[in-house]
Design a binder for this molecule. Sequence first.
Ligand code: GFB
Length: 319
Amino acid sequence: MSEPAFDLTGKTIWIAGHRGMVGSAIVRRLENEPCTIVHCGDNRVDLRRQDETEDFLAQNKPDAVIVAAARVGGILANDTYPADFIYDNLAISTNVIEAAHRFNVGKLVLLGSSCIYPRLAAQPMREDALLTGPLEPTNEWYAIAKIAGIKLCQAYRRQHGSDFISCMPTNLYGPGDNFDLESSHVIPALMRKIHDAAGNAKETVEIWGTGTPRREFLHVDDMADAVVFLLRNYSGENHLNVGTGHDISIADLATTIAEVVGFTGQFTFDTSKPDGTPQKLLDVSRLTELGWSAKTNLKQGLAQTYQWFSNRSESDLRL
Ligand code: GFB
């Protein structure tokens, strides 16, 4: 590969959202690089407040910013709290991007989500499927905010020449995930339910929906590696997909988690709960052509995440 577009040597990099699953994985990944990491530590900077965001930038003057801060949640949380999901995510993207422009940040990477694509987009979903059809209703609030984030990066690039890029990860999982059954995504939810069932000799575990939807899952350490790769090597107006290129049905995912946990019981299906998008599989050919691909096989990633889950205390699991 030619010279990196953005050399990390000696740079100061702010990871917005360093406490979350993705932000903390990016902190771990950047610790191996010749740069200085900044974040707000144990203090709270409310990125929904423009003055707090700008004060933080003014004090720390980072060379680069990674926007991993977001209000995130699974299908039920997205559907139940539409105002929180649209407002918080719009405010975070707007405030951080405007502040990064004001304080001359040299590079910014915004993280979005594969739910930006139309509910019935052709699979695997290419980047140019954006804004070609209606969104999935359970998460359109979050999706609209993330689409606005893509457009903010593009607009600041066009008008101000800012090197602001965005990437759209598929569904993520790994250590540091949220295991609260009401607000979590499917992997931590099923892992916890199956773990509890195995521990209490329960014979059944309930899966929301029909089990037929298909999802693509990327380990968070792979995501962190992709973010650092893009920070260094990508400087374009188009957002880029980040995924594995493989998907699995929710029913098969449950079986795989059961194998990891050692649960031999049955699954039942609560069809009063939503399925959401029938399939979400990203076309990752642009990223592959640039030279990055995921390394973690799903079963190994689930086993590693289960080990983390089993070793944590209740208070670490954000229940
Ligand atoms: O992970 P999940 O909540 O997110 O659900 P989405 C994926 C699928 O798993 C859905 C099913 O079909 C759920 O009905 N599922 C089965 C479960 N059992 C469970 C369970 O116990 N808990 C959960 N949470 N799901 C979110 C979006 O969509 O994904 C966000 O709402 C974001 O905006 C995120 O894009 C990555 O893939 O459906």
